[in-house]
Design a protein around this ligand. Structure first.
Ligand SMILES: C[S@@+](CC[C@H](N)C(=O)[O-])C[C@H]1O[C@@H](n2cnc3c(N)ncnc32)[C@H](O)[C@@H]1O
Length: 250
């Protein structure tokens, strides 16, 4: 099923790739402030574990997992450019990088103890297909931990103003439309036409449950008051979280 569905490889777009790299290299960004601390706080014990990283990008997390004791890490990504960086900057005899869309993991051999995916599943149309394959690839008691753009973010279609602002231009609330219409929502992020797939919160949870997973924890990161004092622009996250994290067990 997944094989016939559309897959965009936007990270191989030259402009997108360069801008994304610049964003990740900035010391202060949402990844360093909210995403990574949450991911690390949710990691299970990785000692001796076989890890699969879906949408591994430039491989920093694969290296982190190895440094936290993982025995073997397999990182897969649809983007050749991202994997080229992974292979030159984050290589190890215990990490295998594969250039493949995660929709095709049904063809992977072997078993994994932990499957992790950071901020990649919102690019996938066939979410149920991926979840089904992850379940099959996991050992009994194995963990599936993923983050994605939050459903309150993925529902934005790029049309109209995303925010309502006061007379000083300060964001006062987010404008939500068609939250209950699940569809591809294209946005401009560095380049036009970046394709994401919007799924309701309940769809994400029910897809996991329907495929046999038990949900252990969900996190929607938001800043502490101290952080907002230091970086007032992140007050926006009190209105609308950017990320959703789910940790589930087979
Ligand atoms: C926001 S980046 C995150 C990279 C990495 N996981 C991290 O947290 O640093 C999203 C990654 O997902 C990859 N990706 C997008 N769609 C994919 C798909 N269908 N299959 C596999 N990888 C995909 C992109 O190429 C990109 O490397």
């Amino acid at each position: 099923m997944g094989l016939n569905m559309a897959k965009q490889n936007i990270y191989d777009n030259e402009t997108f790739f360069n801008e994304y790299r610049k964003l990740r290299e900035r010391e202060v960004n949402a990844n360093n402030l909210f995403e990574l601390p949450t991911l690390f706080s949710l990691l299970p014990d990785l000692e001796g574990k076989r890890i699969l990283d879906l949408g591994c990008g430039t491989g920093e997390r694969c290296m982190d997992y190895l440094n936290r004791g993982a025995a073997k890490v397999t990182g897969i990504d649809i983007s050749e450019k991202m994997l080229a960086v992974a292979k030159s900057e984050n290589s190890s005899p215990d990490i295998t990088y594969l250039n493949m869309p995660m929709e095709d993991i049904g063809s992977l051999e072997g078993e994994f103890d932990v499957v992790i995916s950071s901020l990649a599943l919102h690019y996938v149309e066939d979410f149920p297909g991926v979840v089904k394959n992850v379940y099959r690839l996991l050992s009994e008691g194995g963990i599936f931990l993923f983050s994605q753009e939050h459903p309150l973010a993925t529902c934005y279609t790029g049309k109209g103003d995303r925010w309502t602002r006061d007379e000083n231009g300060r964001k006062i609330h987010v404008n939500i439309a068609e939250y209950c219409v699940e569809k591809r929502t294209d946005v401009t992020w560095f380049v036009e036409g970046v394709q994401r797939y919007h799924r309701m919160f309940s769809t994400i949870v029910n897809t996991l449950a329907d495929n046999g997973f038990k949900i252990l924890k969900m996190v929607e990161p938001y800043p502490t008051e101290e952080l907002v004092q230091k970086y007032p622009e992140y007050y926006d996250l009190y209105h609308k979280p950017d990320f959703l994290f789910v940790k589930a067990v087979k």
